[in-house]
Every structure is written in C-alpha cells, then in structure tokens.
Design a protein around this ligand. Structure first.
Ligand code: AMP
Length: 282
C-alpha cells in the first residue's frame, strides 16, 4: 500500500493512474479505523480498481475543542488494517498540508443543516463541506463511499456534489454494528466498560421506534415513548430523537406522506456523544 502525505504527490500519482484507465474509489475518514470503515473499503475494492483512503482529523468540523483533542489517533494500527484489507493508497496529510493558510470559503446547507447534527453542532457541516470539497478536488474519484451511520452527512455530501457539479457518484454503505447493536464508532473506544455496557440503548431505542411505527402508532406518540424509554436510564442523556423524511431529513408528521423515514438519535454517555439512525420504508 502506497502511503502519501503531500497533496502534490497525490495528484501526480493519481493522474498517472487515471491515464492508465483506473477507476478510482475514495473513502474519506478521520482514522481510528474499525469494521465500519473497512466495510467502506470493501465496497470500494469491489467496484473500483484503485481505492484511496484518507485519514485526516479535520479541525474545521469540530465545534468542541475537547472532542478534537481527545479524538483517538491510531495511525500505525490504521495503516496495518488498511494494508490487510487490500486498500491501495493511504493519504494522511498533516494539518498544514490541508490548511496551509486561513480559509474564507463558507459552506451552509440550508434546511439540511438546520436540523439534528447541524442544529446541535453549529459549524460542523461547514467543516465537513470544506474538507470533503478539498479532498474531492485532490482525489477526483469516480465513486466516493460514505457510511449511513452519519446519514445527515451523506445527504449533505449528496447535495454538495449536486450543487458543485462534482463528477462523481456518492454511495451509502450500511451501518456496521457490534453484537449488541451499538453502531461502530471511533468514539466508542473512549467509553469505560460500564458506559460501554449501557451504549446499546441507542439502537434499542431506534428499534422500539421502528416497531411502534410499523404497528401504526402515530409519530408524536412514538417520539414520546422513545424519549421515555431513554429517560429510564440515568447513565444516558438524550439530545434528540427525530422521525424525519429519509431524503430531506425534515421532521415527519404523517408516516403515509413519506417514501422513506429516517429515525435519528443522538445522546451522551458521560462525555461521549454518540449518534445512530435507521432508514425504513413502511
Ligand atoms: P469517520 O472516520 O468517523 O469520519 O468516518 C468515516 C466514514 O466511515 C464516514 O463515511 C462514516 O459514516 C463511516 N462510518 C463510521 N462508522 C461506521 C459504521 N459503523 N458503519 C459504516 N460506516 C461507518
């Protein structure tokens, strides 16, 4: 596996590969890799001829400085995992490489970011839009792979690609979970064993929501039941549970009016913020 830190070197190398007719797949990450990330790599390997993974902890998308400082960094282990998975190229730039000078360009995503993660993490999606645009320009992939775990991010990237004519396809890859249903996340490594034992509750809450919606219970009541379910567990603090349209992510009122619903949840266990979602067709 080739490891590149400099953007000029990346562009030069990828230009030769493109000229040789290779189809490029791209998996952007912030590292501390787990099976969820590796499923994106596997999806890229099966559909393209050259898989590029980036590892870059993007300061611009952190609205909480402590979260940025404490974000796990395990580059050597990540490198070994990527190599074993068959990834062909790792791009792991330093901060100065991606942000050589202050940036003034600003991203906002209208109604897609006034809800959920965008509401609770102001500026987060600006940072995502900025770094993903930079990376798309450098890598110029034919397909970029994103995890459904970060559904709002996926919808925002789809909008970015559409608005800015990026000539690439965005593919969503299903969420990979632990045995108890907890969505794999780099942040899970920061949970104490006691906290980890409670963390499956978010998935249980989503499943409860799904079951009640399928039983025909109206959205407002499902919302209240899920909130009460989480409320019973004193170790967990719910930030939001939202039943939204699967495409626009705007709050849903009536199940019948949507092709696809997204059940989205975010909350804290101790200081660790976790998110999860389910997409469902009813
Ligand atoms: P991150 O390193 O957290 O920025 O994530 C990089 C990519 O991996 C994003 O597209 C995430 O949505 C995706 N991802 C993270 N966790 C999972 C998971 N459990 N299953 C599938 N994809 C995931």
């Amino acid at each position: 596996m080739l490891v590149i830190e400099r953007k000029e070197e990346l562009s030069t190398y990828l230009a030769t590969q493109r000229q040789a007719g290779k189809k490029i797949g791209f998996v952007p990450t912030m590292g501390a890799l787990h099976q969820g990330h590796l499923s994106l790599i596997a999806a890229s390997l099966s559909q393209t001829e050259l898989t590029v993974c980036s590892i870059f902890v993007n300061p611009a998308q952190f609205n909480n400085i402590q979260d940025l400082e404490k974000y796990p960094r395990t580059l050597e282990k990540d490198r070994a995992l990527l190599k074993e998975a068959g990834c062909q190229l790792l791009f792991c730039p330093a901060k100065e490489e991606m942000y050589p000078a202050p940036t003034y360009t600003s991203f906002s995503f209208g109604p897609l970011e006034t809800v959920m993660e965008g509401y609770f993490r102001p500026g987060h999606f600006h940072g995502v839009g900025l770094v993903v645009s930079k990376l798309f320009h450098l890598v110029q992939p034919e397909i970029a792979f994103f995890g459904q775990k970060d559904l709002q991010q996926c919808r925002i990237i789809e909008q970015l690609v559409k608005d800015l004519f990026f000539p690439l396809e965005v593919q969503l890859v299903p969420t990979v979970r632990e045995a108890d249903g907890l969505a794999m996340s780099s942040r899970n490594a920061r949970l104490t064993p006691a906290q980890r034992a409670q963390a499956g509750i978010f998935y249980q809450a989503l499943q409860l929501g799904e079951r009640r919606l399928r039983e025909g219970i109206e959205i407002g009541r499902v919302q209240a039941e899920v909130e009460a379910f989480i409320g019973q567990n004193k170790a967990v603090k719910l930030e939001y549970f939202c039943v939204a349209d699967g495409g626009t992510l705007q709050p849903a009122q009536d199940v019948q009016q949507h092709n696809e619903l997204a059940l989205c949840i975010a909350g804290y266990i101790g200081e660790i913020r976790l998110i999860d979602n389910l997409l469902l067709k009813i």
